[in-house]
Design a protein around this ligand. Structure first.
Ligand SMILES: [Zn+2]
Length: 91
């Protein structure tokens, strides 16, 4: 029997590879906005972060979202994303 390997993704904050179900997905929508994607299924360029604020903040600080999602995040975009992210962690 074949063992199916879980799809691995790298965290934009710490670089750790993990099963994508353990990570929180961010997606850039066609209109250029970045949102948390709790379902992991939205179309668009995506990036993953461990489900901890530390990795989210690291990804912001290192400007990994901009690099991975080709999105230019302003300070208020980051604020909104942080709220979406923390809401996702509470669920
Ligand atoms: Zn991480």
């Amino acid at each position: 029997m074949k063992v199916r390997k879980p799809p691995l993704r790298s965290c934009l904050g710490c670089g750790r590879e993990a099963d994508k179900r353990e990570l929180v997905r961010f997606v850039r929508t066609p209109d250029g906005e970045v949102h948390v994607d709790p379902t992991g299924k939205k179309n668009g360029r995506g990036g993953y972060v461990c489900a901890t604020s530390r990795c989210f903040e690291a990804a912001v600080r290192k400007k990994r979202f901009a690099a991975a999602l080709h999105a230019n995040l302003q300070e208020d975009d980051v604020e909104r994303l942080r709220e979406e992210f923390e809401q996702t962690l509470r669920q």
